[in-house]
Design a protein around this ligand. Structure first.
Ligand code: IPD
Ligand code: CA
Ligand code: CA
Length: 288
């Protein structure tokens, strides 16, 4: 790690601006990205399974550990919610500072030698996401957003697509690891394949959201965990995409960290695509 938190030049987190926090988060994501690149180079991944079906590698845990150490160094005492080391979801309900971390989003891609892999880090205050960084080391792409200030890809401003009708829209989604949870999602898939240009399943929710943010994809829907989407959702919203849920968020939970039935798209198709997916859920399209 680069600096000593007790050194005179180390700034206390209470006095840091959001931009300064973003700069530190970028450094942390870059270090995590280097560790991911080196791990692929070394080619000695050990695979394990969480809950019988969900793949996790030794690198997922090592990267989460690295990020935890950096966060503790630069933001001592601030709470963390991270997929491998601190996955207690009750953390989303607390006030104050919260770091939401996915050390590797796209673990299956990573384990298979694919390139669609990202580090995702969000800083949330009182349930509202303030900044997001999604860094894709194999793609040389880093997406960032600051609440109310915009979204960027490798430092250049990005914008979601606009004006494209649903039938020309490219829609991304994903599927849960549990295979018995997949069949109910087939109705949605059929509806989208019937009414939109096509579907993509790229294997990283964080990057799906960033691809909506820069107009490569027109929409994304899925149910995911807070670490999968917290940073990407802010990036998509700050790039002008509409963000929300197919069904209401329960009272008292922060919308920015509620991952059930997320829908994110360019503004012109948000309502229409939402209706299509809800109709599919209700079986209204079954005979079409
Ligand atoms: C997964 C990816 C994937 C999504 C899964 C997530 P992981 O995260 O974001 O695209 O469909 O629901 O669990 O396990 O690679 O960190
Ligand atoms: Ca993930
Ligand atoms: Ca992960």
């Amino acid at each position: 790690m680069s600096s000593d938190p007790h050194s005179p030049e180390a700034m206390s987190p209470q006095h840091m601006s959001l931009q300064q926090r973003l700069d530190k988060t970028l450094e942390i994501a870059a270090a995590a990205g280097r560790m991911i690149l080196e791990a692929r180079e070394a080619d000695n991944l050990e695979h394990h399974y969480k809950d019988g079906q969900e793949l996790v590698t030794t690198t997922d845990v090592a990267v989460d550990t690295l990020i935890r150490e950096y966060l503790e160094q630069h933001f001592p005492g601030e709470e963390r919610l991270s997929e491998e080391l601190a996955p207690d979801r009750d953390a989303v309900e607390q006030d104050g500072a919260l770091w939401v971390v996915d050390p590797i989003d796209g673990t299956v891609n990573f384990a298979h030698g694919l390139r669609h892999v990202a580090v995702s880090i969000a800083y949330v205050k009182d349930g509202v996401t303030q900044l997001g960084v999604v860094h894709a080391p194999f793609l040389n792409e880093t997406f960032t957003a600051l609440r109310g200030a915009g979204a960027w890809r490798n430092g250049n401003p990005i914008k979601a697509s606009a004006g494209k009708p649903l039938e020309h829209s490219l829609v991304a989604t994903g599927f849960p690891y549990r295979r018995d949870s997949r069949p109910p999602l087939m109705r949605r898939l059929q509806a989208v394949l019937t009414h939109c240009r096509d579907v993509r399943r790229n294997g990283s929710a964080a990057l799906d959201l960033c691809d909506v943010a820069c107009g490569r994809l027109d929409a994304y829907y899925e149910t995911v965990s807070p670490w999968d989407f917290a940073a990407g959702l802010l990036i998509a919203r700050e790039a002008g995409a509409s963000t929300g849920h197919l069904y209401p968020c329960p009272e008292g939970l922060p919308k920015d960290l509620y991952g059930e039935n997320l829908l994110v798209s360019h503004a012109d198709i948000f309502d229409e695509l939402g209706d299509l997916l809800r109709d599919a859920d209700a079986g209204k399209l079954d005979n079409q």
